[in-house]
Design a protein around this ligand. Sequence first.
Ligand SMILES: O=C(O)CCC(=O)C(=O)O
Ligand SMILES: [Fe+2]
Length: 200
Amino acid sequence: MDLFSSERIKNILPFDGVTNYYGIILNAKQCAFYYQKLLETIQFKNDEAIVFGKKILTKRKVAWYGESEYSYTYSKVTKTANIFTKELLELKEIVEQESGETYNACLLNLYHSGDEGMAYHSDGEKMLKKDGAIASLSLGAARKFSFKHKENKQRIDIILEKGSLLVMKKGTQTNWLHRLPPTKKVNSPRINLTFRTIEL
Ligand SMILES: O=C(O)CCC(=O)C(=O)O
Ligand SMILES: [Fe+2]
């Protein structure tokens, strides 16, 4: 029996994890509206991270939002989250409806062009709900997104299109790394939102 409500929703991982791709869930008008609103209202900042013991600033910009002003540690630096904006609450509602999960926090990443990406990692910070769903909504330029199995190094690539939803669920963070590879083929910005559940 097909457990999914629609043929369109697929687990893109062959084993050791569930990551469902929902395809495009926002129409062109919603994409344009939210992309613009987020650029205007979200307090994007160059991310501080500790790399080889040194504090660096990333080229991509990030912002953390949530239901409360919780403090969080990401890339070994502790910061305070902003309270959800109206548009983030609307997008959270849409993503919750689609994915059948709930979220209380959101990390936004702004990549100015294909020069900017994110290196292989898994999202397993201590305050994240263990093996909880992480819902990734993409706006702006379409970009390739890659998974690599931690043991056998198998790779799975997917294009995250404008308005698309990808939900990483059980086993994904434990067994797979993921990254956003830099590319010369893209020269326009992309905003990615990852809705998460934080245990405070
Ligand atoms: O930009 C993306 O598509 C992914 C971002 C990501 O992996 C993260 O924020 O942890
Ligand atoms: Fe991630």
